[in-house]
Design a binder for this molecule. Structure first.
Ligand SMILES: Cc1cc2nc3c(=O)[nH]c(=O)nc-3n(C[C@H](O)[C@H](O)[C@H](O)COP(=O)(O)O)c2cc1C
Length: 374
């Protein structure tokens, strides 16, 4: 098993695992894949703590970090985080309070507003890069458009490749022209923010477009990939491997709230929804009464990113805690980002076992494919 991404990152299995959970990152890297820590919700000092822990536990295996820095914020967003926070309308807070109350959950309106994550304004991106560059990180990835120029410049100066997530052919071309070294082509099946085209169509479309322009960088397929057979299919489609997120959410190590894990294990591939109701941008999540509430007549329009997260995240995290106590309304509302591959996730496993199963499935699929030529 050897592709361009294995050579670039020094890994044995062309399997990248995005996770907000450091334990998953460490286990995947130790098993021969490549863990990527989702750093979007960490302030610089938290990121430093997480990376230090990874360094102490990863046995020298390579790993990466993913940050979510928009290329540029809209003009109305070019203010400090406190001013942004004050822009969340009372109507939205009252709406969320109402949805919770319908499910038997009381939460004071003022509690339903909190800056989630490290913030997006000021020099936060530079400070996250300062932290990343002090650790033996082997890949910096960025979601949400072309990474800001300083991310690419500083990573390259340190000899680090930069990856970026794309959901459309035009974005892939723009990213590589801007200096991105690895393109993660993410289909609509994916958990989290996603576009509208399927992985099966988008991967060959991007591979062909880059090849025609002589923009020769490794492409990773993402979106719906949960098995080794799908990983092999990615390579058949022209990718150098798979970038995965959802499959780790039901592992023993994951950060996912326990009740939500139960819901995921029981869910079918039709139980997700691409909705703006959590972050303000379309992102795929487990469909629950939270989404039904935002879709009904008279509901306010979700706010632009990052404001929607600041009005939804506090309430939904509270819901997760209540769901643990058996609260019925909370159990109904509880949701998290997950892709359509959730229909294939039906058992709790360790992250290491997922890597081993995927590597085995990849080898089996490759043999089956080769046998068709005999
Ligand atoms: C819970 C969750 C959170 C995610 N958060 C981010 C993020 O912060 N940054 C990012 O680049 N991608 C994020 N993603 C997308 C993943 O990087 C990956 O592209 C996606 O999960 C692949 O599709 P799959 O979920 O079908 O495996 C997230 C995905 C999930 C499931």
């Amino acid at each position: 098993m050897r592709t361009d991404i294995c050579d670039l990152l020094g890994i044995e299995i062309p399997l990248l695992a995005f996770s907000h959970c450091r334990d998953v990152v460490v286990e995947v890297s130790k098993a021969g894949g490549f863990g990527v820590l989702g750093g979007s919700s960490f302030a610089p000092e938290d990121l430093k703590r997480e990376l230090t822990w990874i360094d102490e536990n990863v046995d020298g295996k390579p790993y990466g970090v993913d940050i979510v820095l928009p290329e540029k914020l809209g003009e109305e967003m070019a203010v400090d985080d406190e001013t942004l926070l004050a822009m969340v309308p009372a109507e939205h807070r009252r709406f969320v309070q109402g949805v919770l109350a319908e499910h038997g959950i009381e939460l004071a309106e003022e509690k339903l507003l909190g800056m989630f994550g490290a913030g997006v304004t000021g020099d936060i991106g530079e400070r996250l890069m300062d932290v990343i560059l002090r650790h033996p990180v082997k890949l910096v990835a960025n979601a949400l458009g072309v990474p800001p120029a300083y991310v690419i410049e500083r990573a390259h100066a340190a000899g680090l490749p930069v990856a970026a997530l794309v959901g459309a052919k035009e974005h892939a071309i723009r990213q590589v022209e801007a200096g991105v070294d690895v393109v993660v082509v993410q289909g609509t099946e994916a958990g989290g923010h996603c576009g509208e085209v399927t992985t099966m169509v988008l991967v060959p479309e991007v591979v062909r477009a880059l090849r025609e322009r002589d923009l020769m960088v490794p492409v990773l397929a993402a979106g719906g990939i949960v098995t080794g057979e799908q990983m092999a299919a990615s390579v058949v489609l022209g990718a150098a491997g798979a970038w995965t997120g959802s499959v780790w959410l039901t592992t023993h190590e994951a950060e996912t709230a326990p009740w939500t894990v139960e819901k995921m294990l029981a869910a079918s591939s039709r139980d997700t929804v691409r909705s703006r109701a959590r972050t303000g941008k379309p992102s795929r999540q487990l469909r629950t009464s939270w989404h039904a509430a935002w879709e009904r007549e008279g509901a306010p329009q979700p706010l632009p990113m990052p404001l929607q997260s600041w009005v939804s995240e506090t309430g939904l995290r509270h819901v997760d805690k209540l769901a643990e106590t058996g609260h019925e309304g909370a159990r109904e509302l509880a949701t998290y980002w997950v892709g359509q591959g959730v229909g294939l996730m039906d058992r709790r496993k360790s992250a290491r076992d997922v890597v081993i199963e995927m590597a085995t499935g990849y080898a089996d699929a490759t043999e089956r494919l080769a046998a068709t030529l005999e």
